[in-house]
Design a protein around this ligand. Sequence first.
Ligand SMILES: [Zn+2]
Length: 252
Amino acid sequence: MAPILIIDPGHGGIDPGGGSNKLFTEKDLTLKISLYQFQRMHELNIPTAVTRTTDQTLSSEERTALVRNSGARYCISNHINAGGGRGSEVIYSIYASAALPRKISEALEAEGMPNRRIFTRTLPNDPSKDYYFMHRDTGCVETVIVEYGFADNPLDADKLNRDWRDLAEAVIRAFCEHTNLAYRPPEKTGSNPPPVVLPGNGEEPDWKREAIEWMYEQGLLTNEDWRNRADEPLPLWAEAVILRRLFEKMRG
Ligand SMILES: [Zn+2]
């Protein structure tokens, strides 16, 4: 059965992508987002393909051939932006409609990633051709490039690093809505690990609870995943985020 959608994790292999920073590399984050989406589409029983599943180099010719020959109706090409901006950008072909890009941008916005713009772009010397090869050379597949946010914007970078699963999910939701395919949210036991239930009654002593709630009230900790994991260590990056927020608060 031909896939309806082919997901394209941008870059890969020798090409790390420009949307990288100290927290992540574009090629790794786009792969994580894409594999998450691929898995979710599988759960939703929607035939879906993917251009790469590993840290693999794909030339633009190889990539567009995979999309063109996939038999898919749509392609979502996942990217992380850079270059001074804030928020998501969704780019579509001059020959396509803005409907799916608009849905995607709204879904990302609902997950807390503001939308910067949705747009099309043509070759400077030929206004009949798309600027991006993913639009120009992917034949009749409707390809949408999703730039989830800016790696060089601290707010976006933090959001992408913490909530990439929610953003990836938002795109799936938007896609299903646009194509009238049945959507169900992920089960609690899905890719977002459930809060660990502690031995005993699972209740935290008050002093632990209070200290944790204080961190949330102060905005030092924002990811809800941590709230019920009083006895679990935070990854180093999360500690670094907390310390940086504290430092910035104290400096006023
Ligand atoms: Zn990119």
